[in-house]
Design a protein around this ligand. Structure first.
Ligand code: AP5
Length: 213
C-alpha cells in the first residue's frame, strides 16, 4: 500500500500517519521528522535543513528529493510506504512520480486532510513533542498522563521552535502558495480523497478508513 498524506501544518497528518502505518505495516516516512532527527548533526544538510525549518521555509527540493529517494531504497519501503509531508510542491510531486514509474508502482491513496485555519492554529499552539521518541501530544486534545512527560518513554515534552506564532503564519502562507497547488495536480486521480479534518482524532481516522478500506 503506497499512501500520501497532504494537508496544512497542524491538521493532524502525523497523528493519522502513525495509525495507518501501524495498521498497514508500512513505514511512516515524515520528511519533517527526518530533518528534525538531524538537528544535532554537524553535516551541511543538517545545517541547511535546520535553518530553513526554523524560519518556516521549505528545505530546498534537490536535498529533500535526494533524501527521500535514498529512504525509498531501504528494505522496509519495498512493500509500501506512507508519506507524511512529502511531496510538498509540484517539483517534488513530479520527482516522486518519476521514481514510482521507474519501479512500475503507483499511489494507492492520496489523502488530502483539511481544516479551518483557527483549528490549525489551536492544534499547533498546543502541540508538545517528546524529545526522546518523537511522540506527539496536545495540551488539550491529547494530554499525556503526566504533564510535560511522554507516556511511552517518560521523555521530556517540548514545543517545536517552528510552532511559534510568527513562524506558523509563515508556514501557513507557504502551504497555501506552494503546497496547495499539488491538490490540483492529484485531484482527478482515482486514488485522491479529500477528508474533513475538523473533527476529533477518532472522527478523522474513521473518515480516512472509510475511503481507503
Ligand atoms: P512537518 O514536520 O511535515 O510539519 P507540517 O507539515 O507543517 O505539519 P505538522 O507537523 O505541523 O502538523 P501535522 O499535520 O503532522 O499535525 P499533528 O499530527 O502533529 O514539516 C516541518 C518543516 O520541515 C516544514 O515547515 C519544512 O521546513 C520542512 N519540510 C518537511 N517536509 C518537507 C518537504 N517535503 N520539502 C521541504 N521542506 C520540508 O497534529 C497537530 C496537533 O494537533 C498535535 O498536538 C495533535 O495531538 C493534535 N491533533 C491532531 N489531530 C487532531 C484532531 N483531529 N483533533 C484535535 N487535535 C488533533
Amino acid at each position: 500500500m503506497n499512501i500520501i498524506l497532504i494537508g496544512p501544518p497542524g491538521v493532524g497528518k502525523g497523528t493519522e500517519a502513525k495509525r495507518l502505518a501501524s495498521l498497514f505495516h508500512i513505514p511512516h516516512i515524515s520528511t519533517g521528522d527526518m530533518f528534525r532527527a538531524m538537528f544535532d548533526e554537524e553535516t551541511e544538510l543538517a545545517k541547511i535543513a535546520k535553518a530553513h525549518i526554523n524560519r518556516g521555509e521549505l528545505v530546498p527540493d534537490d536535498l529533500t528529493n535526494k533524501m527521500v529517494k535514498e529512504r525509498l531504497l531501504e528494505k522496509d519501503a519495498q512493500q509500501g510506504f506512507l508519506f507524511d509531508g512529502y511531496p510538498r510542491n509540484i517539483v517534488q510531486a513530479k520527482a516522486l512520480d518519476e521514481f514510482l514509474n521507474s519501479r512500475g508502482e503507483h499511489m494507492d491513496a492520496i489523502l488530502y486532510i483539511d481544516a479551518d485555519v483557527d483549528l490549525l492554529s489551536a492544534r499547533i499552539a498546543g502541540r508538545r513533542v517528546c524529545k526522546s521518541c518523537g511522540n506527539v501530544y496536545h495540551i488539550q486534545y491529547k494530554k499525556p498522563k503526566v504533564e510535560g512527560i511522554c507516556d511511552a518513554c517518560h521523555g521530556e515534552l517540548y514545543q517545536r521552535k517552528d510552532d511559534m506564532e510568527d513562524t506558523v503564519r509563515r508556514r501557513l502562507h507557504i502551504y497555501h502558495d506552494v503546497t496547495a497547488p499539488i491538490i490540483d495536480y492529484y485531484k482527478d486521480l482515482q486514488a485522491f480523497h479529500a477528508i474533513d479534518g475538523s473533527g476529533n482524532i477518532e472522527e478523522t481516522h474513521e473518515k480516512v478508513m472509510n475511503v481507503i478500506v
